[in-house]
Structure formats: structure tokens, C-alpha cells
Design a protein around this ligand. Structure first.
Ligand code: PNS
Length: 164
């Protein structure tokens, strides 16, 4: 059984992340969405909130589970018996950083392979940071995040509209 990890900060999960998770769920038997506990960034949402939001929006896919990890991703992959890391690539600007991480992860563990999925064109401009900035500045995040996430952004930051 091929188990894949979809790791990230998910602060918060966007429709771009969901596109990648849904497509990973169609490709692999089991998908574990791995929320990084120790992000260098100061998150807007706590780890528990990020897991809660992801668990809710990933509910339609029975082979997708949500968990958190701390420390090296390859150690977590070994612990979870996952041999594939799935990452989304939005633009050329993502490539250099993602290549560095993929090569370093392979150096750390040759048993783990990183697979890249090209983000859908409609999500290529989307990131959690941009969504937070829009919400913070009072713009609409409709169509950018699931409705339940939009509501949480509204509660936290006062964004006027939600969507999807
Ligand atoms: O959503 P993000 O913030 O781009 O996710 C980055 C993440 C969490 C996938 C990455 O920082 C990571 O894998 N962190 C775990 C620590 C680790 O294994 N670092 C070495 C990677 S080369």
C-alpha cells in the first residue's frame, strides 16, 4: 500500500492545498496530511486549529488523514511508513526552494521520494500568506479558501466575505 505525505504549515489551508490533497488522494492508497508543528513562522492559527480546519475539509476523502509532526519530515515519514512526499508547485519561483528541500530530504533518507504536482492554474497565485493579508486588509477571500476557513479568518481578522 503506497502511503503519501502532504506536508505543510497550512496556516490556513487554502483551495490550492485542497486541490493538491484531492489529487494525491486519487493517486495514492493513503494520504497523510502532515501539519508542521515547529514552523519557523509565527502562525496565525494554532496547530490544533489548523488540524481541525484540515480534518473538516478533508472529510470527503476517506483515504486522507490529518496529523501533525515535529522535527525532520523524513523521520516522520519513516515512522509513518510513508515513502512518498507530495508537494505542490505553483510557479518557477517555488522551484528552487522545493528542489533544495527535495534533494536534502533524499540525502537524509534515500527511501523517501518527493513527487511534485503542478498546481491548477486557477490556484497558481494563491498562498496562505496572501490570503491572510487580504483578510487582514478587509478584502474578500471568497473562492480562495473553503467557507469554514473563511469564517475563521473573518472571526480572527475581520475579513468581510467568505467563499467556496
Ligand atoms: O507550507 P510550508 O511552510 O511551505 O511547509 C514547509 C514544510 C513544513 C513542509 C518544511 O519546512 C518541512 O518539511 N519542515 C520539516 C523540517 C525538515 O524536515 N526540514 C528539512 C527539509 S530539507
Amino acid at each position: 500500500m503506497a502511503r503519501a505525505l502532504v506536508p505543510g504549515s497550512f496556516d490556513p489551508v487554502t483551495n490550492g492545498h485542497l486541490d493538491i490533497i484531492e489529487r494525491a488522494a486519487a493517486l495514492f492508497d493513503s494520504v497523510l496530511v502532515a501539519v508542521a508543528r515547529n514552523s519557523a513562522k509565527t502562525p496565525l492559527f494554532t496547530l490544533e486549529e489548523r488540524i481541525e480546519m484540515l480534518t473538516e475539509v478533508c472529510a470527503p476523502w476517506p483515504n486522507v488523514q490529518v496529523d501533525s509532526f515535529e522535527g525532520l519530515l523524513v523521520h516522520y515519514a519513516r515512522e509513518q511508513e510513508a515513502v512518498i512526499i507530495v508537494k505542490g508547485l505553483r510557479a518557477v519561483s517555488d522551484f528552487e526552494y522545493e528542489l533544495q528541500m527535495a534533494l536534502m530530504n533524499r540525502k537524509l533518507s534515500s527511501a523517501v521520494e518527493t513527487v511534485f504536482l503542478m498546481t491548477g492554474a486557477e490556484h497558481s497565485y494563491l498562498s496562505s500568506s496572501i490570503v491572510k493579508e487580504i483578510a487582514r486588509l478587509g478584502g474578500s477571500v471568497e473562492g480562495l479558501v473553503p467557507q469554514s476557513v473563511g469564517q475563521r479568518l473573518q472571526q480572527r481578522l475581520g475579513s468581510p466575505q467568505t467563499g467556496k
